[in-house]
Design a protein around this ligand. Structure first.
Ligand code: SAM
Length: 313
């Protein structure tokens, strides 16, 4: 089974049952502008839906794209370096983590610049991701990775066969992987393309603490630009599926006239991810799936059928 090899805040593995109902049964090209750990991309691969199709994968985070590229192009070197880190971690635990983070990863990353990701850097990034606190990605003001060590008894650090399988998929004909902002990716989508958008969620409250995946963060203006880009792509005939928070401005934007006219509909699904419910300071809340895809009604889960009937949709 092929699945994400990184932990990523906002990873969508738990939302897959709801998202799958929106996968179009046929499409030309798959475009994912906010790749993260790629839960949907790997799900599409795993279920054979991408066979023979082009897939364009984008994200603005340089470490993420650097790491994926090194796993794709220099797989065995990444595995060897990661194996070595796993052995060191076994002996020295958190001490090893801080040593790697502060004496090796941050200095090398700084001197190499964002676009030269060596196999050693990629292995360190995977190691820090698998053993750091909740797999978070966070940089301090100086641009250094500063996530503390996590508390794991026996973390699985190097799954060599899985990394080889990931590399095989990424090397596939027609798979493009680039560091790009979302506008570039969505502008490419035309009639027949399938676009899955999973932006950093708009915060539900002013005190919400969300992961900052990129130096600039994702601002309210970015959400407005994303809305426009998605509405335009839907109007050009692309199939759009987007997940986002149920913050009032997001709900208002995607139930508004322009979105409805381009065929987008909003479905509320219960958010199961702890990050949302805790940040909002109350019980579980909804998140949104915004889509113009034909729903696969026959396969609706009972829970979703109920919520759709209750909302009269
Ligand atoms: C919610 S995460 C995506 C999670 C992904 N669906 C998964 O399953 O792991 C959002 C992603 O958007 C990326 N991102 C943030 N700002 C961006 C921008 N302006 N353009 C493109 N990607 C951006 C982040 O680096 C992060 O990986």
């Amino acid at each position: 089974m092929i699945r994400p090899f990184l932990k990523w805040a906002g990873g969508k593995r738990q939302l897959l049952p709801a998202l799958r109902l929106h996968y179009p049964s046929s499409f030309d090209r798959y475009i994912e502008p906010f790749l993260g750990s790629g839960a949907v991309f790997f799900d599409l691969c795993d279920t054979g839906r991408l066979a023979g199709r082009r897939a364009e994968l984008y994200d603005l985070n340089p470490d993420l794209i650097g790491c994926y590229s090194a796993v794709r192009d220099r797989t065995e070197e990444v595995i060897a370096a990661l194996d070595d880190l796993a052995a060191q971690h076994q002996k020295r635990g958190a001490e090893c983590y801080y040593d790697v983070r502060d004496r090796r990863f941050n200095p090398v990353r700084k001197s190499n610049g964002p676009d030269r990701y060596t196999p050693e850097l990629a292995a360190m990034f995977i190691y820090l991701n698998r053993t750091g606190f909740n797999g978070l990605y966070r940089l301090n003001r100086d641009g250094e990775f500063n996530v503390p060590a996590g508390r794991y008894e026996n973390p699985r650090i190097c799954d060599a066969d899985h990394l080889r399988e990931i590399a095989r998929v990424l090397r596939g004909r027609g798979v493009i992987l680039e560091r790009r902002p979302f506008d570039y990716a969505i502008e490419r989508a035309g009639a027949g393309d399938f676009v899955y958008c999973d932006p950093p969620y708009a915060p539900l409250s002013t005190t919400s603490q969300f992961a900052h995946y990129t130096a600039g963060g994702f601002t309210p203006l970015d959400q407005v630009r994303l809305h426009q880009a998605v509405v335009d792509a839907a109007a050009r005939g692309a199939t759009i599926v987007m997940s986002n928070s149920s913050a009032p401005q997001i709900t208002a934007a995607y139930t508004g006239y322009a979105a409805r006219r381009s065929g987008l509909r909003v479905e509320r699904v219960p958010a199961r991810r702890a990050i949302n419910s805790r940040a909002a300071g109350r019980g579980p809340v909804d998140e949104l799936i915004i889509s113009n895809a034909k729903l696969r009604m026959a396969k609706l889960e009972p829970r979703l059928q109920l919520s759709r009937r209750a909302s009269g949709s």
